[in-house]
Design a binder for this molecule. Structure first.
Ligand SMILES: [Zn+2]
Ligand SMILES: [Zn+2]
Length: 454
């Protein structure tokens, strides 16, 4: 009888609580738990030894003493007391867990109270087990050649999970839990990590001069200095901050990360149907959010400078797709261009013809060279429409592959972008206003294809 022989053999060596004894046989007998297994083993021995008292008194007393001392087992203690036999031993502590496993209920209550702050549909329990504890458990298994046990971590997480589930009525979710409560078994501290919440949508930027993301002050790198009026920023506001503040307030998250499908220049507006974005909110307390209401809050907060719409929940995977989208999805721009000379309607027609369907060779523009890798991009221009505004001003509507720098398509960037409006018209050309009027979409399949080609 493997479990019986091993259990007594172990208890003769070291004191073990019910859980730590039962855990050595965790794989035997389903629908039970380690504490019950340990209790059952100790009880069977107590019963057997009680019966043995009639004939083999000495051996029976020896076994009962093992159970009373190393087993810390009340029925054995009482049996000995009834026989008038002195145990003569101080109380002992479990060799492996030092009594930790008996604190599962206490820990579960702590977890439940910590989780009160959170809005969650399901949860998972995790724990940090001190190395010394695992080592003692492993050493015991090795010494007694136990191959039917499980780890302390597995038992603790499962059992505390069951208790928390019973107290809250919420299920444990192993795959994608809303919250994870991590217990440090050294001091029984509980830390809750709420899974990030992803909210996607589209934004419009109606006002020029606002960067997409927060831009740290060049002089102080964000510390705050006279140049930035102590704000630590180059610009007072950004699309990111205008959207994030209400989102963090609603979700009570620790921080937010803004992901845009590309970005427009600070001085360019973002119009039309807007640009797709996803916000990742870290450690949200509230995740059951009314997105329509959130949309209204953001739009009120941004005072018409920025506007969001079509908010919906997203998942992590969508961030990667958004990045892929930003690089390749077609974009349509409206550019106001100042020329150094007057141009004829025929020349504008030529310009449209030469740029439509053209592949542009573009070296990283000088103005972004400090933050972008130096390389040559090949980007397609799908369509160009040119309109005369006054003799030396034209308006261009350019639809092109994502990632084309349109300002440089106009100026030529000292022949780093070819061909360009300047090159075709043989005159200096300058982009005085730029708006993004449409950010196209790709189907998930198209995105996958594009990502694979990279
Ligand atoms: Zn124990
Ligand atoms: Zn500064």
């Amino acid at each position: 009888m493997y479990p019986l022989i091993k259990a007594l053999e172990i208890l003769e060596k070291v004191p073990l609580c019910n859980s730590c004894l039962g855990r050595q046989f965790a794989l035997l007998g389903m629908g039970s738990n380690n504490s019950s297994r340990g209790h059952a083993l100790k009880l069977v021995f107590t019963m057997a030894a009680s019966y043995m008292l009639r004939e083999n008194t000495e051996e029976a007393i020896r076994i009962l003493k093992v159970l009373a001392t190393n087993g810390m087992f009340q029925p054995a203690i009482e049996t000995l007391q009834k026989e008038g036999i002195e145990i003569g031993e101080e109380t002992r502590r479990c060799y492996v867990c030092s009594g930790l496993m008996s604190k599962k209920k206490e820990v579960a209550e702590k977890v439940v109270s910590k989780l009160k702050e959170y809005d969650y549909r399901n949860f998972l329990i995790g724990c940090h087990v001190p190395t010394s504890l695992t080592e003692r458990d492993d050493e015991l298994k090795a010494l007694h050649q136990i191959d039917t046990g499980e780890s302390i971590k597995a038992e603790f997480n499962r059992e505390v999970g069951k208790l928390v589930s019973a107290m809250t009525g919420k299920p444990v979710d192993f795959k994608n839990p809303d919250v994870v409560a991590v217990v440090n078994l050294e001091n029984l501290e509980v830390t809750v990590n709420s899974n990030p919440l992803y909210i996607a949508g589209r934004y419009l930027k109606h006002m020029r001069g606002i960067p997409q993301t927060k831009w740290p002050c060049r002089a102080c790198k964000g510390e705050g200095c006279p140049r930035c009026n102590g704000t630590g920023k180059m610009y007072a506001e950004s699309v990111e901050e205008l959207i994030l503040a209400p989102m963090l307030e609603e979700t009570r998250g620790d921080e937010g990360k803004f992901h845009g499908a590309g970005r427009e220049d600070i001085d360019a507006r973002m119009l039309g149907t807007g640009r797709p974005f996803i916000v990742e909110i870290k450690n949200p307390k509230k995740r059951n959010i009314d997105l329509k209401l959130l949309e209204e809050k953001i739009n009120a907060y941004a005072q018409g400078k920025v506007e969001v719409h079509s908010l919906h929940f997203a998942v992590k995977e969508n961030v990667r797709q958004l990045k892929a989208l930003s690089e390749f999805a077609p974009k349509t721009y409206r550019a106001l261009v100042k020329l150094d000379r007057e141009v004829t309607p025929q020349e504008l027609e030529q310009l449209e013809k030469q740029l439509t369907g053209q592949t542009i060779r573009q070296k990283t523009p000088r103005r972004v060279a400090h933050r972008r890798a130096m390389k040559t991009r090949l980007k397609k221009v799908y369509q160009v429409q040119a309109k005369q505004i006054d003799p030396r001003t034209i308006e261009l509507v350019v639809t092109c592959q994502g990632g084309l720098y349109v300002k440089e398509l106009v100026t030529g960037d000292k022949r780093r972008t070819r061909p360009s409006v300047s090159e075709i018209l043989q005159t200096k050309a300058e982009c005085t206003e730029l708006d993004v009027i449409d950010v196209g979409t790709l189907t998930p399949q198209e995105i996958e294809e594009v990502v694979e080609q990279q």
